[in-house]
Design a protein around this ligand. Structure first.
Ligand SMILES: Nc1ncnc2c1ncn2[C@@H]1O[C@H](COP(=O)(O)OP(=O)(O)O)[C@@H](O)[C@H]1O
Ligand SMILES: [Mg+2]
Length: 241
């Protein structure tokens, strides 16, 4: 049952013309936890995140978010999404981008305080009047995060937020994710980098559209009888094949 979970995905199947992207994926995420979706390219992580948001309709199975069966437009107001490639308006300023997302989510209730708070949170206040096209890649990544959280979502979906990001910014982003989780935000973050997995409270290992295993990094290593999470992934993949 979905009661008590912030997110529950039950037996979701999603096929595209050439491929079955999700093949009976199930997972459960608790409120306030950082849940990592780990898996190689093509495993189905992005499709799974889109199903959680209701952007992609499953062929079979059910997705429940914050107690509501998805898709549900009302729930979207509670959800923040940082897509794999930043969806920003290059001709607009930093501030205008954040204000745009605030307006989409909050309508007439959007205010400048929220925009300022989001920009402060990602350390971009001093660049608020800069046009996005002039920003570095790292700044765009932080701006993309500000756009995803400006409406104070209860659930934050981060699709490979640290790909192509230098180690310092990566650590910096993770510090912010942890701060948000400590304040009660539920976070689902996808990655194909195993060293990030240790920072998640629980993990789901994704392969070929299914969850191979779920648990803490320590539980997954113990289940596979290995010391490194990377090896656990391989052992559990083979066991499931
Ligand atoms: N909109 C789409 N149309 C067709 N195929 C898609 C679409 N989205 C994803 N796929 C395919 O589904 C599979 C899983 O993709 P994806 O969910 O993006 O995996 P990941 O994020 O783990 O790399 C891949 O084979 C991909 O090519
Ligand atoms: Mg992806």
């Amino acid at each position: 049952m979905s009661a008590g979970w912030a997110v529950s995905v039950e037996g979701v199947v999603k096929s595209f013309p050439a491929v079955r992207a999700l093949d009976g994926a199930s997972l459960r995420v608790e409120g306030g936890e950082i849940y990592g979706l780990l898996g190689p390219n093509g495993a189905g992580k992005t499709t799974l995140i889109r199903c959680v948001m209701g952007l992609v309709a499953p062929d079979r199975g059910a997705v429940t978010v914050l107690g509501r069966r998805m898709p549900d437009r009302a729930v979207l107001r509670e959800v923040g999404y940082m897509p794999q490639s930043p969806a920003l308006y290059p001709d607009l300023t930093v501030e205008e981008n954040v204000a745009f997302f605030a307006t989409i989510h909050l309508g007439g209730r959007a205010d400048r305080t929220g925009v300022t708070r989001a920009l402060d949170f990602v350390d971009l206040s001093t660049r608020r009047r800069a046009v996005v096209a002039t920003l570095s890649g790292g700044m765009r990544q932080r701006l993309s995060l500000a756009c995803a959280l400006v409406h104070r979502p209860r659930l934050l979906l981060l699709d490979e937020p640290t790909v192509g990001v230098d180690p310092q910014l990566r650590a910096d982003l993770w510090r912010r994710f942890e701060e948000m989780a400590s304040q009660g935000t539920t976070i689902i973050v996808s990655s194909h980098v195993m060293d990030e997995a240790e920072r998640c409270r629980r993990l789901g290992l994704v392969r070929a559209g299914r969850l191979l295993a779920e648990g803490t990094a320590a539980e997954l290593r113990a289940a596979a009888g290995v010391e490194r999470l990377e090896d656990a992934f391989l052992v559990l993949s083979e066991a499931a094949a």
